[in-house]
Design a protein around this ligand. Structure first.
Ligand SMILES: [Zn+2]
Length: 415
């Protein structure tokens, strides 16, 4: 690396360490910020010489990044931004901290994908899904898909691993080739990770016609856009690879959605030459991801934490949760987005028949929503009140971002 980049990298590591020592989080944002102030090209310098995978999408990127890191670990040391700092400051800090590694797997905020593609020149990019998120500041889904598509046109050499079940992702991953500009279509490997949430992809991003669905198939009624044949699919409790071989996947993470994340991780690792048969057992070592899916025993209750930040992830959480007493917690602080009207996009009727408790800064928004759905609930002021209000056994906790962090703090920052 050039001297300036070396200095920037060293200062970045020191700043992050000081921030950690001062108890101000893991320091990855401040460390990366200072590093980039000293050398604006630091991320590019730190990326040079590494084989990199980027993982982006609205939901599941932290978990998929963790699973992919485990899978690529078959080949050697892997740098990763495991604390979920998924903007360029976090990437810079993660790479500076890891030192020299042959591989890196980086989670990327979907708004920053173009910028990070430019800086890191990855070998492969994984595109998971696109759905509405943080209504007061996130881009419209169609606009995000357009940004991704334009970024991929500028990087024809990057290999793309993309979700065949999400029409917006499929459209983003298949920009038209323009031979006059020297553009070739990207090399895409398709996986099927399912799409439970359909309400952001009823309208074709190419032509504006209706998208129709039947079983797992979907197609545009006005143009050739349709579900491509996926090479990696989930079947029963395992993953079918492109050769037709089936691999049993034993995860410590719940739900079909995480089997889809495992299929994605194996598909990305395969782009580096990792055989699924070598990687699949490593996926089982991932227990929880920054508190997500963590289980804690307290006063005879087995408490499980599920993070859900937007309508699509609430639907996934309802599917993952056992039929057991369930605590819902909603805040609307800055990291959550200030607008809670998205609660009305989620169908809460799957909770009917369960004991439902609500808490958080915006518990009353939840109360109105549950009332509309006809789901009885009880409001509790504190997490301890919730634990006392349910019988011994499983308590499912579904919370959005800062509400989740509050409860995690109650449980001594469980990982
Ligand atoms: Zn169309």
């Amino acid at each position: 690396m050039p001297l300036r980049a070396k200095v920037a990298s060293s200062v970045s590591r020191t700043a992050a360490a000081l921030s950690r020592a001062a108890g101000r989080g893991d320091g990855s944002v401040i460390g990366g910020w200072i590093g980039l102030k000293i050398d604006p090209d630091l991320l590019a310098h730190l990326s040079a010489g590494r084989a990199i995978a980027l993982v982006s999408g609205t939901n599941g990127k932290t978990t998929t990044t963790r699973l992919t890191t485990a899978a690529v670990g078959v080949l050697g040391r892997v740098a990763t931004n495991s604390f979920g700092a998924n903007m360029p400051t976090g990437h810079t800090s993660a790479l500076a901290k890891a030192g020299s590694t042959p591989y890196a797997v980086l989670e990327v905020d979907e708004h920053y994908l173009a910028q990070v593609l430019e800086a890191t020149e990855p070998h492969v990019v994984a595109l998971l899904n696109l759905s509405r998120d943080q209504l007061d500041r996130a881009k419209e889904v169609a606009m995000m898909a357009q940004l991704w598509r334009a970024a991929l046109v500028r990087h024809p050499d990057v290999r793309v691993v993309a979700n065949a079940d999400d029409p917006m992702v499929v459209w983003a991953a298949t920009p038209p080739a323009d031979p006059a500009q020297g553009h070739v279509p990207p090399h895409v490997t398709w996986f099927s990770a399912g799409q439970r949430w359909h309400d952001d992809s009823w309208v074709c991003p190419e032509c504006g016609s209706t998208i129709q669905r039947s079983g797992e198939q979907w197609w545009c009624t006005g143009c050739p856009l349709r579900r491509p044949q996926p090479q990696w699919t989930v079947e029963d409790d395992g993953v079918l690879d492109p050769t037709g071989a089936w691999h049993k996947v034993q995860l410590q993470l719940p739900g079909k959605v995480n089997l889809g994340n495992a299929a994605t991780a194996l598909a990305v690792a395969a782009e580096f030459g990792v055989r699924p048969v070598d990687a699949v057992s490593r996926l089982g070592v991932v227990t929880s991801v920054a508190g997500r899916y963590a289980q804690v025993d307290r006063d005879g209750r087995n408490i499980r934490l599920l993070l859900a930040k937007n309508p699509a992830s609430w639907l996934e959480a309802f599917d993952m949760a056992d039929v057991a007493p369930t605590l819902l917690s909603i805040n609307a602080r800055d990291p959550d987005g200030l607008d809670t009207s998205w609660l009305f996009d989620v169908d809460f009727s799957p909770l009917a028949g369960r004991q439902v408790l609500i808490t958080g800064d915006r518990a009353y928004d939840l109360a109105v929503r549950l009332d509309v759905n006809g789901v009885p609930f009880q409001h509790v002021r504190t997490f301890d009140d919730a634990v006392r209000a349910v019988p011994p056994g499983r308590l499912e906790v579904i919370a959005n971002y800062t509400a989740f962090q509050d409860i995690r703090a109650e449980l001594d920052r469980v990982n």
